[in-house]
Design a protein around this ligand. Structure first.
Ligand SMILES: Nc1ncnc2c1ncn2[C@@H]1O[C@H](COP(=O)(O)OP(=O)(O)OP(=O)(O)O)[C@@H](O)[C@H]1O
Length: 808
């Protein structure tokens, strides 16, 4: 086991930063770091890495995955030296060794020498983890390295110092809950934000609104926040992009800011926010941190900040927000949990996995003050209902909580003692939010409370069942339904292109070229994405995939690239349909139509957010027509969508590009497959100790009749070898040309039915499609009013769709 020098240097600098703060802030002994030359032999026994005393570095500027350059969080170790041993072949092996300070502490507690040895071993084990991380795929490495760089560039010394100050309390107060003092709420001049005046949020939050530009509450916030602040349970339904995240989060943040500052460093879990997808959970963390970072500075700092003279760093955040999601290091997430956070944002699958192995976490969930189910209707669809139900059950007060859904449920059998011993809080508040919760469900919710509470019974998996499991403390939860008529927001314009299935690629290409902008393309299957990515990459479009079979870090990276690329294109399954708040998505394209109206609403809701304009396009083949009519009907539409005007003069050239790109793609695919087959053959032959006929591995199509069967299969008679390089050159040539609209002459730009000379001179025309104009897609279509009535001309009422949830 050895670490690269770079990696060690990074670790060393990290540790240096923290130790410098120690010696500066207090008169503790300084912790020198070993260098290769100061190598001494040390014990080498090992312990599990999660037993190390990793500590979060709370900075005011760092905000998780996106804001942190792909890094989840920063962590540090104190009281550690690094020493170097000679490894095999002259490599150097790093050992982390507990320093005097730590040993003294342990001795003081009566544990003495053995404990110090344990410390050495647990630290060494963490090197294993670092080493493991070095072995991950290149792309992941890149993410980690970027994160490390960022970490070094901006260490937040004030935060480190603050952590340090708390160190001494660390072991004496495990969890003191609310024993600290209540911090005085600073004054705030309501005249600065008159629209927030009547909402009694903590003034630090209002101060943060000034910085973030949230000058007035959105409609759902106006209704939900006061209800949340007054202790009510809230079920909130409001259009996509309407600020539901803050609608449920602000009452929690305000409550926590008004709570006494805990005397101990370990934070007690107060709020749990459950989200259906990993990206959404991480986004919620970022959203909250982006707001919270404005709640820590003093007025004096603000003044200096405005003038650019502030040299002070801000203190640690008053509220810490952690995340637990699948696909990222469970060890690290466990460490975050061990250290404690005020609010946890999680996906149910990973959270339940951690709960099963951690009684502290289970009792933390049991004594939550706030439980939020975001995108509640989606949560029950993504295969995690059982986990979700189990988590929710931990928050129930009644006896049912201590009994599993089935008598033989092993997890609950294991947990029953814990559940019997600890009581769920009586004042827990539950918030359930989505853009799409059926009216029936809302009615049932009210009826349930009128009829006296939850039903007992076996596990099932509808939203109604979930709501039934939620132990609302409020006899009458506040149900706020602000869902818009027609499902989608009023600033969204919708349109369609009707074409045969095989032309969908062509029309998608046309649209992406014709209307540059940030576009999110929804495809019905991962295979569909895998087919389109190479095609559009060959066509030189900035396209990124997002689907569940990508590694989590790759998913986050692609999302980041999409966000930061001008005219970027994200091609995704419905994993991107919910909740993602990506700035300035201009277009959503339904390459394949969704199967439910709810999915259509959420997909389309990735554009036209927060009252901005947005455009949604359906690519609709004759086979899709029935589904489309049913969709529109279930959304309560009475008119067909307007068709997007197509400038068909461009299509032949685009078709030719696509043809060549497909041919290249096919040839490359065949080549890859052939290489794969040959490799397989070689490996198998080696395993079986056989010689291979060289002809089998040859690329020559000599058509020898004696060739074995496999070879004959590969060399179809008369099949021409494809000149991939030639095709690529040809495509490159075509892509470098500007295309001309019908009626435009390149030779005589002042002639013809479309005169483009002014555009060319002033560079005001379309960048690649000459004569196409520069109208935005949004402006190409008006609202569907006055258009063809749904089913009027082409007949055939929508079949099969009874309500929004039903699959078409
Ligand atoms: N009061 C406000 N003023 C201005 N912008 C706001 C306000 N509240 C939230 N926003 C912004 O609105 C955007 C959408 O918010 P959010 O993601 O919470 O919407 P949502 O209703 O949860 O959407 P979805 O249903 O798609 O999940 C975010 O970029 C957020 O920063």
């Amino acid at each position: 086991m050895s670490l690269s020098e770079d990696k060690m240097a990074q670790i060393k600098r990290k540790l240096n930063a923290s130790t410098k703060m120690k010696s500066k802030g207090k008169s503790k002994s300084s912790h020198s770091l070993g260098s290769p030359s100061s190598t001494k032999p040390r014990p080498r026994a090992r312990l599990a890495p999660n037993e190390l005393k990793w500590k979060a570095v709370n900075t005011s500027s760092f905000s998780g995955i996106d804001g942190g350059g792909g890094m989840m969080m920063l962590e540090e170790l104190d009281d550690v030296d690094i020493e170097w041993d000679e490894g095999e072949g002259g490599s150097r092996v790093a050992r982390f060794v507990a320093t005097e300070g730590k040993k003294k502490k342990e001795k003081g507690k009566g544990k003495g020498k053995e404990k110090a040895v344990e410390d050495v071993t647990e630290i060494n084990d963490d090197i294993d983890e670092e080493q493991e991380q070095e072995n991950v795929a290149d792309e992941e490495e890149e993410v980690t390295d970027e994160a490390d760089e960022e970490e070094e560039e901006s260490p937040d010394f004030a935060a480190l110092a603050q952590e340090d100050m708390n160190d001494e309390d660390d072991e004496d107060h495990e969890d003191d809950g609310d024993e600290g003092e209540v911090e005085e709420e600073p004054l705030f001049d309501d005249a600065l934000l008159p629209e927030w005046k009547d909402i009694t949020l903590h003034t630090l939050l209002k101060k943060a609104f000034l910085a973030t530009g949230y000058v007035k509450p959105t409609d759902i916030q106006k209704r939900a926040i006061p209800a949340g602040l007054s202790g009510r349970d809230v079920v909130g339904v409001a259009e996509t992009g309407s600020g539901k995240t803050l609608a449920y989060s602000l009452p929690i943040l305000s409550h926590l800011l008004r709570k006494p500052v805990p005397a101990s460093k370990k934070r007690k879990l107060s709020g749990l926010i459950l989200c259906p997808t990993r990206e959404l959970a991480l986004q919620v963390v970022d959203h909250l941190n982006a707001l919270l970072k404005h709640t820590v500075s003093t007025t004096e700092d603000d003044e200096e900040e405005k003038e650019g003279t502030s040299s002070k760093s801000k203190g640690p955040p008053r509220i810490s927000v952690g995340s637990v999601v699948g696909g990222l290091s469970a060890q690290k997430q466990k460490r975050i949990l061990d250290r404690g956070c005020d609010i946890l944002v999680a996906t149910p699958g990973r959270l339940w996995d951690l709960i099963k192995a951690d009684d502290d976490l289970a009792s933390g969930i049991r004594t939550l003050r706030f439980l939020v189910i975001d995108e509640a209707d989606r949560m029950i669809e993504n295969g995690h209902f059982a986990e979700l139900e189990n988590i929710v059950r931990l928050t129930q007060r009644s006896e049912a909580a201590t009994q599993g859904p089935d008598d033989d449920d092993p997890v609950f059998a294991q947990m029953s003692t814990l559940l019997e011993d600890s009581k769920a809080r009586d004042d827990m508040q539950t918030f359930v939010f989505s853009a799409t919760l059926s009216k029936d469900l809302q009615q049932n919710l009210k009826r349930r409370h009128q009829s006296g509470g939850r039903k007992k019974g076996k596990r099932s998996s509808t939203l109604e069942d979930l709501v039934d499991k939620l132990d609302f403390r409020d006899p009458k939860p506040e149900v706020i339904d602000l869902s818009p008529e027609g499902g989608v927001v009023s600033t969204l314009r919708e349109s369609m292109i009707e074409c045969v299935v095989s032309d969908k690629d062509l029309y998608l290409y046309y649209f992406l070229l014709r209307y540059p902008g940030r576009s999110l393309v929804f495809v019905g299957s991962i295979d569909g994405i895998r087919r389109l990515i190479p095609l559009f990459t060959l066509l030189q479009l900035p396209i990124f995939p997002l689907h569940s079979q990508l590694q989590q870090k790759q998913r986050l990276k692609n999302l980041d690239r999409f966000k930061s690329t001008k005219n970027g294109i994200l091609i995704a399954t419905d994993v991107a349909a919910r909740g993602l708040d990506i700035p300035q998505v201009d277009h959503v394209i339904h390459f394949n139509l969704p199967r439910t109206a709810d999915a259509y609403i959420h997909r389309s809701g990735r554009t036209a957010r927060a009252k901005n304009e947005g455009f949604a396009l359906q690519l609709c083949s004759p086979e899709d027509k029935g589904v489309q009519r049913a969709l529109m009907k279930s959304l309560g539409r009475t008119h067909e969508l307007p068709e997007l005007p197509i400038e068909s003069g461009f299509l032949p050239s685009l078709r030719e590009r696509i043809r060549i790109a497909r041919e290249i793609e096919k040839a490359e695919h065949t080549q890859q497959k052939s290489t794969h087959d040959k490799n397989w053959l070689i490996e198998t032959a080696e395993l079986m100790d056989l010689d291979i006929d060289p002809d089998l591995l040859s690329d020559q199509d000599d058509q020898d009749p004696d060739l074995p069967y496999t070879k004959k299969q590969k060399t179809k008679k008369g099949a021409k070898r494809v000149d991939v390089r030639g095709l690529k050159d040809e495509l490159r040539g075509l892509l470098s040309e500007k295309l001309l609209a019908r009626g435009v002459s390149a030779r005589y730009p002042t002639s013809g039915s479309k005169i483009i000379v002014d555009d060319l001179l002033r560079e005001t025309g379309h960048a690649t499609l000459l004569g196409a104009g520069t109208k935005k897609a949004y402006d190409e279509v008006q609202s569907s009013k006055g258009k063809r009535k749904l089913g009027q001309k082409r007949g055939g009422a929508a079949a099969g769709l009874v309500n929004k949830k039903k699959k078409i």
